[in-house]
Design a protein around this ligand. Structure first.
Ligand SMILES: Cc1cc2nc3c(=O)[nH]c(=O)nc-3n(C[C@H](O)[C@H](O)[C@H](O)COP(=O)(O)OP(=O)(O)OC[C@H]3O[C@@H](n4cnc5c(N)ncnc54)[C@H](O)[C@@H]3O)c2cc1C
Length: 275
């Protein structure tokens, strides 16, 4: 399929991009890496009148330490996350997860902001940012606001982001180079996850567990986290991974199969992340 015809703008600045979004509202959409938007447009599930390309805005492409956090520009590509010395030292879960996405072509085009805005419950990066309890910085005509990722998603492919807002930055705690793990279960290398589990050890010592494809959004394994905080063993805590979740059914598996995978992957990830 080819998309419905559309106009294309590549603004020179973030301010110009926001002005275009404000002017065109829901008739416009933003293009970053294009690896989710273009398939959706080709399937004619989206037919924007105007596509605003922010993929080459240098203002949205950076990785830097800022106080207790690492700040990542929304248009930073997976490949740049993977090779970042700053992230390897300060927040090593994120590049490890980015390294598992698709193939090199996808990783050279896809962006962190695009993955978070798209909000696919099968996506890898939302789980990493949820495990890290990152903050999403949004900017639009009414100004800038910060939303914890725990409050960002409202359902499958949907979030509190308004149509005229851009994700401009993702802020992550400085969790360091150790105490993390990512277990992604796929049928073949380069595939999307059937289930995946991200574990992060937070600066206060708490263990966070986030899961891919265990609900309509990326979700935390809350029962596992509570069990660990109460002193349960990794084996016992991992068995609770699927509690309170609502995993989907598709050609790759039933909810029961996914629940089993969640427990196994959580045990492996917690074991790897343990000091
Ligand atoms: C062959 C293939 C394999 C893949 N495999 C995987 C995989 O294994 N794991 C995985 O997680 N993903 C996978 N993906 C998806 C990939 O991660 C996408 O790149 C990502 O989901 C979207 O990022 P993007 O920068 O390409 O966004 P785009 O496609 O450009 O945009 C996606 C959506 O987000 C919006 N958007 C983009 N940037 C912003 C912003 N800054 N602010 C507000 N809205 C914005 C767009 O308007 C659009 O609605 C795969 C994709 C392909 C084509």
């Amino acid at each position: 399929m080819i998309p419905v015809g559309f106009a294309y703008e590549r603004p020179e600045s973030l301010d110009a991009a926001i002005a275009l979004l404000a002017e065109h509202g829901e008739d416009a959409t933003v293009l970053a890496g294009g690896h989710s938007l273009l398939p959706v447009m080709k399937l004619r599930l989206a037919a924007p009148e105007l596509v605003i390309d922010i993929g080459r805005l240098a203002e949205l492409n950076y990785i830097r330490v800022d106080g207790d956090e690492v700040a990542v520009g929304a248009a930073t590509r997976y490949r740049d996350l993977v090779i970042s010395d700053v992230l390897a030292k300060e927040c090593a879960l994120l590049p490890a997860v980015a390294r598992t996405v698709g193939d090199p072509q996808v990783r050279h085009r896809g962006t962190l902001g695009g993955a978070l805005a798209h909000g696919d419950p099968a996506g890898d990066l939302p789980a990493a940012v949820l495990a890290l309890e990152g903050t999403i910085v949004l900017r639009g005509p009414r100004g800038t606001r910060s939303v914890p990722i725990t409050e960002f998603y409202t359902g499958v492919f949907s979030s509190v982001k308004e149509p005229d807002e851009l994700i401009v930055e993702i802020r992550l705690p400085r969790t360091g180079s150790t105490g993390w793990a990512y277990e992604k279960f796929t049928r073949r290398s380069n595939d999307w996850a059937i289930v995946a589990v991200a574990v992060a050890t937070m600066p206060d010592g708490a263990t966070h567990v986030a899961m891919v494809n265990m609900g309509s959004t990326t979700v935390r394994a809350t029962a596992t986290e509570q069990a660990l905080a109460s002193g349960a063993s990794i084996e016992d805590a991992a068995l609770k991974a699927a509690e309170g979740t609502d995993p989907p059914t598709d050609t790759h598996g039933t909810p029961e199969y996914r629940s089993h995978l969640a427990a196994v992957l959580t045990r492996r990830a917690l074991t790897t992340a343990a000091p």
